[in-house]
Design a protein around this ligand. Structure first.
Ligand SMILES: C[S@@+](CC[C@H](N)C(=O)[O-])C[C@H]1O[C@@H](n2cnc3c(N)ncnc32)[C@H](O)[C@@H]1O
Length: 309
């Protein structure tokens, strides 16, 4: 990577390309892993999913997971009774998830490829929104959080996990990742609280937590760096405020009404990016069209790709 690219501001198209290559490189590995089996056999993975579920509390309406990648955690949650809609800028990751769910005979979450800065959903559709280790990949946090708030119902819940900027080991890794071509950043707890409050969220709570790392993550680390990975995990468990991660819990103001709780009708909630125009599927062209306009979007094996070119 050139110094020019390294210095360049983060860019959504570049991030999409990076994630696409990354996920396609590991395609066979993803397809070989049953997320539900991993949930049963890997205590650290189980702890991550349970932490997200606890953060959401019980939730009967549709849950939007932003930046879900290959949707491992969301797939497990779907089997455990949640109604998940997983979105990512990288449709290749969603497609791998769809294939994997089919292969292992699991209940399928719904998928939509989108840019989180312009969510293609109507206002107030979701009972909850999660962003797990993905907000720091975005270009404009304020815009993404305002979009998350827009698509939440009154009283809806928000849950996020993000890296902690106080963590010196994490910060050193960010320099390396910048050279690899991805946006890796982290947040100070107060910075996250300010971002959420500025976007309009209520009851914002940010806290540090330590979590064991799943075995497969350790196996992905080159052998010469495993000692550092283990040390990092141990420090995170002992000093979560510095070496752990951050979790964010918040709500949209208002009371959640029971009205519409069962309404997780997928196509009915789709809109043009940013939420203003309804979309309909045109079977002749096999594309999603903005009602009353020419603009249209592709479909990848049943996954709407609602991203403006
Ligand atoms: C580190 S992954 C997080 C994956 C998953 N949530 C997890 O916990 O394992 C970050 C994800 O954010 C996605 N992403 C980055 N920019 C995005 C954007 N503008 N809109 C939607 N997703 C985006 C990436 O494609 C990637 O899949």
């Amino acid at each position: 990577m050139s110094i020019g690219k390294w210095l360049a501001a983060p860019d959504v198209a570049r991030e999409r390309e990076f994630e696409r290559e990354n996920v396609l490189r590991k395609r066979e590995q993803y397809l070989a892993t049953n997320p539900l089996e991993r949930f049963g056999s890997d205590p650290a993975y189980r702890a991550k999913v349970e932490r997200i579920e606890q953060g959401l509390g019980c939730c009967s309406g549709p849950v939007l997971d932003i930046g879900g990648n290959t949707a491992g955690e969301a797939t497990v949650m779907q089997q455990r009774g949640y109604s998940m809609l997983v979105g990512d800028i990288n449709e290749a990751g969603l497609e791998i998830s769809r294939e994997r769910v089919e292969k292992f005979g699991l209940r399928q979450p719904q998928y939509v490829a989108f840019d989180a800065h312009h969510l293609p959903f109507r206002d107030g559709h979701f009972a909850a929104v999660t962003i797990v280790e993905a907000l720091h990949h975005m270009v404009d946090y304020d815009r993404v959080l305002r979009e998350a708030l827009r698509v939440l119902r009154p009283g809806g819940r928000f849950y996020a996990m993000e890296p902690n900027a106080w963590n010196p080991i994490r910060r050193a890794g960010e320099v390396r990742d910048r050279f690899r071509g991805t946006i890796e950043k982290s947040f100070y707890p107060g910075q996250l609280r300010d971002l959420l409050e500025k976007a309009g969220f209520k009851a914002v709570e940010v806290r540090g937590f330590g979590i064991d790392k799943p075995d497969w993550k350790l196996r992905e680390v080159p052998a010469y760096r495993r000692w550092l990975f283990r040390l990092h995990t141990k420090l995170g468990l002992e000093y979560p405020g510095v070496f752990g991660s951050l979790e964010v819990l918040a709500r949209k103001s208002g009371e959640m009404t029971s009205e519409g709780d069962a309404s997780d009708d997928f196509a009915a909630c789709l809109r043009s990016p940013g939420g203003d125009r309804p979309l309909e599927f045109d079977t002749a062209s096999a594309r999603w069209r903005e009602v009353g306009r020419q603009a249209s979007y592709s479909d990848l094996n049943g996954i709407p790709v609602i991203v403006r070119e």
